[in-house]
Each structure stands twice: as C-alpha cells, then as structure tokens.
Design a protein around this ligand. Structure first.
Ligand code: GRF
Length: 195
C-alpha cells in the first residue's frame, strides 16, 4: 500500500508514521504534501527520502474547490492508496474527501466525539475532564467525524496546562497513529485502544 501524508507544520506525526513503515509493514510512504512551503515537516520528509510537494492554499483565497483541485494532483500522481492527514490544518470539502472515502485517516487531539475543532486541550481543562487523549478516525465530509479507528486515553493531571497536556497527548499520537495505520493497511478496522 502507498501512503500519502498531508501536513501543515512540524510533521511529528508524519515522522512517526514514516518511521513505522519498514520491514514487513504492508505500507510505504509515497508522498508528504503540505499546504505551507515553510512547513518544518518537509525537510524531515526529504531527509527520510520521501518525495515531497507543496500546494500553497493562499493564492486560492476562499476558493476551496480550486485549491483542492490542485491539492489532489500530487496525491494521484504518487499513486496513493491511503491518505493520512497529520497535523493538516485546512478543512477539506466533501468533494475532496469523497475521492478518498474509506481510505483517508486523520488524527485529532481529543477523545472524539468530544471537542471537535480547535483548542481541544484548553477545552478539556476548562471542562474539568479527568481524562483526555487523541483519536484516529476515517475522514468523512463532516469535520472531525467518521468511524473511530483508534483512541489513546490519558489522565488529566491537577497541574496540567494546555501546553503540558498537548505535549503528553502528542506523545500518544505518535504511538497511536502508526498502530492504526498498520492495522488499516492490512484491512483490519478493529479499533486500537491505548491507555
Ligand atoms: C498537533 O497539535 C497534533 O495534536 C495535531 O496536529 C498538531 C501538529 O502535529 N494532530 P504535527 O507535529 O505536525 O504532526
């Protein structure tokens, strides 16, 4: 299986995914694609020998369809079987998602269905939740929705701040996403549950 990974920033999840696809793993990375030419993850991907591409969203302003018509090209050219969103910060329309329905994954830093959208760690602290975590799900047209393929659950500590919580969750993302991708690439959709 050929995996395209979409990023917008540092790409730490992308690195974890790329490093996991070795040996008898049924998948290999075929592309790392960013909407931002300055994304730190692009250098990390190149250093790992993974082809990269950039489709800057800014020239398209609010025309999502025009942006996505360009964004899809390198993914198709790379022959991707699976698309992993990993810290990709652009909302994708149903038109784009439907081209990859059932083979597009995303990682979200909350225990979905709680806290869809942004600022998830601050919202969990604000709510006084005893637990928090991250979720890998199949991408559907609805934002941060779709069948759950994995979750990592961690305790919220009394002295947690959004930053300390985010850092601890990120460490679990780096374990959860590769575990889910490995199963998914083998056709196994049994959820991975950590913590
Ligand atoms: C992190 O906040 C992570 O929780 C979310 O995307 C952000 C950047 O991740 N999934 P990465 O380091 O670019 O993978």
């Amino acid at each position: 299986k050929r995996v395209a990974i979409l990023i917008s920033g540092g790409g730490s999840n992308m690195v974890s995914l790329v490093e996991s696809m070795t040996g008898d793993h049924p998948a290999r990375p075929c592309l790392v694609l960013s909407n931002d030419a300055n994304a730190g993850g692009l250098k990390k991907a190149a250093a790992a020998g993974v082809p990269t591409a950039v489709v800057d969203h800014r020239p398209f302003k609010g025309d999502r369809a025009a942006f996505e018509a360009e964004l899809v090209k390198p993914i198709l050219d790379a022959g991707a079987d699976i698309v992993c969103l990993a810290g990709f910060m652009r909302v994708l329309t149903g038109g784009f998602v439907s081209q990859f329905q059932g083979r597009m994954l995303n990682i979200h830093p909350s225990l979905l269905p709680k806290y869809k959208g942004l600022n998830t760690h601050a919202r969990a602290l604000e709510a006084g939740d005893a637990e928090h975590g991250c979720t890998v799900h199949e991408v559907t047209p609805a934002l941060d929705d779709g069948p759950i393929l994995g979750q990592a659950r961690i305790p919220v500590l009394a002295d947690d701040t959004p930053d300390t919580l985010a850092a601890r969750v990120l460490g679990y993302e780096h374990r959860l996403y590769p575990a889910v991708l490995r199963r998914f690439a083998m056709g196994d959709k049994t959820p991975v549950l950590l913590g």
